[in-house]
Design a protein. Structure first.
Length: 174
């Protein structure tokens, strides 16, 4: 596992979403859970309507956003969105939803192989222990997938970047 702190500019993501307990069926990192089904649904949409998505920023990148609200601790339910970055939300397909990822400083985990399916909180805790002036905002995070991610059936050859926002009070401390 590698990591870095990174200042990230605002990102406009357009895609499809899900709200609920994504692991009630299929478990984590499974094509059969709600996240896997969401990716399948979005991929099917893209195969038929990709040209309708305007202003794409990078054809090789896609995103998975996780947003936990105040009910998450009690219910295990939260919002997940998968999608693509665009430079404008103007004239986008009505079948898609959008999310604005805020400009801020993030802790970026670069995970390969089995680290992808490991308990990422262990890595976060190790990094924060070495940097006690930092703390994370656990209400949301996002994952960036590009050509380095080879698929669920080839995790050993894959790489994923996970962006965890730092609390704003920490952003000025390097």
């Amino acid at each position: 596992m590698e990591w870095r702190f990174e200042d990230v500019n605002e990102k406009l993501i357009i895609g499809m979403n899900y709200y609920g307990d994504p692991f009630s069926v299929g478990g984590a990192w499974s094509v059969d859970n709600a996240i896997g089904k969401l990716w399948q649904r979005f991929s099917t949409y893209l195969s038929k309507h990709a040209k309708q998505i305007l202003h794409r920023v990078n054809m090789d990148e896609s995103y998975e956003c996780h947003v936990m609200d105040e009910t998450f601790e009690d219910t295990g339910e939260y919002g997940i969105m998968v999608g693509l970055e665009v430079s404008s939300l103007t004239n986008q397909p009505v079948h898609l939803v959008s999310k604005v990822i805020p400009k801020k400083k993030y802790l970026v985990l670069i995970l390969r192989g089995q680290d992808i399916v490991s308990d990422q909180q262990v890595f976060i805790n190790q990094i924060l222990k070495a940097h006690p002036e930092k703390s994370v905002d656990s209400r949301f995070f996002f994952e960036k997938y590009d050509k380095r991610f080879k698929g669920m059936n080839r995790l050993e050859e894959s790489l994923v970047e996970i962006y965890i926002p730092l609390n704003d009070t920490d952003s000025n401390h390097g």
